[in-house]
Design a protein around this ligand. Structure first.
Ligand code: ASP
Ligand code: MG
Length: 432
């Protein structure tokens, strides 16, 4: 049985018109069996993060405000999709909001230790995907598609690393194989759809977990791998994988093909077009990844596959904003040696801070990381015990693959270079 996997991100379903457009794309697809993964609508995940923050601060007024924002946004989309105000979707969305309110009312389950934050994060932020999938499901069902909604927490099993859960591939494959092909077997009609949520999973105790921000691409790859798909498509608001984010580089161009290897490199350096964990399972099973535009589904998009001799004539730019550069020197005036380095990496791993780039000299070690205050503030406080710790925030990190001097200069343009790293194929600069 051949099952194709589609993934629609938040931008694809950020309005009633968006949901209708997704339904049109699905209706026009020539795939026989489709497994569809959907993310939270628009910027809902960010909005839920704000709600979580207010809730953790025990601030009732801002809690109500931020809750209402998420609530009203979804109801405005519902209003635009369902004329019949007695449609059962309203009741189901109500009950999801009741559950979210119930969670908020219960108060803190744990103290303020970092793990508790991550746990609560997953229990609250998952509502974005639960809401979007419920709404999309009912809209597709209304358009008389043969469609079924699957709760992904019954399908993707993870460990308990909340906010960054690791997939148990063996159990997940079993759960997916036991469920999804059977559905298509019972629904042999052309275009049957199994719909599910991206980003979330559950641990063996049944607690909701999440796979890391923007993790829905990875969810789709998990399904493609477990279902032995030949192809998976990520639908985006850009024509495909661009050589730079069109939001800041107006003359960026779409790449028609990419090798898995290059796609992994781009994701590793922070290209936001594909989640870093997505490519590896696809490469392992030789599943072709297409990145296509939901704005203009007629465009061919980018095709990512196994290409041994892939070459590119133009540089590819990756920009990461909100960076912080942290420099450490041992307080005891010792040199930075292997022991210090392994100690520092152990601390970074404990605080779950990912290093974007690093550099060391005899007496200091510098890292550039995402300025996530939840993680960075306690990290810096901890490091200060043993290291003279200085930091510089509000920085940008640019990576240029297949760079030229001209390309690098066009990025620096008189700004202060705080750190630079070059290899044959890649240059990275941290700019103030
Ligand atoms: N909704 C989640 C996020 O915004 C997951 C995703 O969109 O891939 O991070
Ligand atoms: Mg999203």
């Amino acid at each position: 049985m051949y099952i194709n996997v589609f993934k629609f991100g938040g931008a694809a379903v950020n309005s009633a018109a968006g949901v209708k457009n997704v339904a049109d794309i699905l209706a026009q697809s020539d795939a026989n069996h489709l497994l569809v993964v959907v993310s939270a609508m628009g910027k809902t995940t960010n909005a839920l993060e704000v709600l979580l923050k207010n809730y953790r601060n025990n601030d009732p007024i801002t809690v109500i405000e931020s809750y209402k924002q998420v609530h009203d946004y979804h109801y405005s989309i519902l209003e635009g999709l369902f004329e019949d105000k007695n449609h059962m979707v309203f009741g189901e969305v109500d009950s999801l909001f009741n559950m979210l309110r119930g969670y908020i009312r219960k108060g803190h389950l744990f103290t303020n230790e970092p793990l508790a934050y991550d746990f609560e994060y997953d229990q609250m932020v998952c509502f974005g995907e639960l809401l979007s999938s419920t709404i999309l499901y009912h809209y597709l069902a209304l358009k008389s598609r043969s469609v079924k909604l699957f709760d992904v927490r019954d399908l993707i099993r993870t460990d308990s690393t909340f906010r960054d859960a690791h997939v148990d591939w063996k159990i997940t494959e079993k759960l997916i194989q036991k469920t999804i092909p059977g559905f298509f077997h019972d629904h042999p009609e052309h275009g049957a759809i199994a719909l599910t949520q991206g980003f979330i999973g559950s641990n063996s105790s049944g607690n909701t977990t999440t796979l890391g921000r923007e993790g829905s691409d990875f969810s789709a790859a998990i399904f493609a791998w477990c279902l032995h798909s030949k192809e998976m498509t990520i639908w985006k608001d850009v024509p495909g994988v661009m050589n730079a984010d069109p939001k800041w580089m107006a003359d960026s161009v779409c790449l028609d093909t990419l090798s898995y290897r290059e796609a992994i490199e781009l994701a590793y350096y922070g290209a936001s077009v594909i989640h870093p964990k997505t490519i590896k399972p696809l490469e392992n099973a030789n599943i072709v990844l297409r990145v296509r535009s939901f704005v203009d589904p007629n465009l061919p998009g980018t095709c990512i596959k196994n290409l041994r001799h892939w070459k590119i004539q133009i540089p590819i730019f990756i920009r990461k904003q909100d960076q912080i550069l942290i420099s450490l020197s041992p307080r005891d005036f010792s040199f930075i040696l292997e022991e210090n380095l392994s100690e520092i990496f152990r601390i970074l791993a404990n605080f779950r801070v990912k290093v974007n780039i690093m550099q060391n000299s005899a007496i200091s070690f510098s890292i550039c990381v995402d300025a996530d205050p939840q993680k960075i503030n306690p990290l810096i406080a901890y490091l200060k015990q043993d290291y003279e710790t200085r930091y510089n925030d509000g920085l940008e990190l640019f990576t240029i693959r297949h760079y030229t001097d001209g390309a690098l200069n066009s990025i620096i343009r008189g700004r202060k270079v705080m750190m630079e790293l070059r290899s044959r194929s890649t240059v990275q600069v941290v700019l103030k």
